[in-house]
Design a protein around this ligand. Sequence first.
Ligand code: AMP
Ligand code: MN
Ligand code: MN
Length: 330
Amino acid sequence: MEMTSEMDKAAAIVKAARRAVVLGHQFPDGDAIGSVLGLGLMLQDAGYHVQASWAEPFDMPQKYSFLPGSGLLRRPGEVDFSGAIAIALDCANEKRLEELKERALAVPLVNIDHHPDNTGFGAANLTDPLASSTSQIVYSTAGPFGLEISADVATCLYTGLVTDTGRFQFSNVTADTLRIAAGLIDCGVDPHSVYENVYQSDSLNYLRLSGEVLCSSVYEADLGLIYGYVSQADLESFGVRMNETEDLIDNLRTLRGHHIVALFKEQPDGRVRVSLRSRSDVDIGTLARSFGGGGHRVAAGYTSSRNGFGEALDELKDKIIASGWGPDTR
Ligand code: AMP
Ligand code: MN
Ligand code: MN
């Protein structure tokens, strides 16, 4: 990690600019949204013209709609990059920007991310695979970039920390993570209010859908694999949006003795998005990359090239078996 010289390069790019476009990955989670809005607000407070965006489908999950900074949001097609720098947040590679990619790569781009497979696609790259979250790295940029962390900024960044660390319980948590969380609380975050907004805001429809997905989940003991499936028909019959299902995989993850969790999510176009989680004994980041996706050792995802749940499941199981993972390697 050559963060220091990269930090100098990033600070030079940011300080030379007056306009910034802050971008998260498609289907943003709490860390992508928290880091985008947190950095966006910090820049706006310092007088920058700021636009924030991510790829279509461009909508804000309900549970993050309490976050300040929504005034910065622009649909991807409406973002004006002229005279601006771009800052990509929580994106392991430029493809995660989808339709924003070409315009972002045409201006000075700062890449801030914590995925171990980050491709270093920026003119400056603040990448740290040991950081719990991208929001944690953004916190460390305030000093070098000459920016202030207001209570609103802190609320966004704290939300990124909380959601990417499983409320400070995943293996990516260090003493530093907790020190930074404490620093953010000192800046004015109300942790209980973040908890209520993020974790006590499910709709009754969502609870019922999650019951259905848990009831129909399957555990394959020989692979240590538990999986579930969310179809478009389920979403429609329960009245739930796909972006409400981000945490559903965590329910499957509580199963005693499991090694791999897979949640298959049917997209409107029929393709299947696969979310994966593991205990640290299985590197599902590598598995996801072999399908053209990516992620961390214990949290990763990809979109299957096969149509339909059954096909996507078979494809995944074949790859797990071919990797040698099985009863005798456990
Ligand atoms: P998710 O299951 O969507 O919450 O994603 C888990 C992790 O894998 C996150 O760190 C994502 O950024 C990453 N990830 C998910 N899908 C992809 C993809 N198609 N390409 C690269 N990384 C991904
Ligand atoms: Mn993310
Ligand atoms: Mn993240």
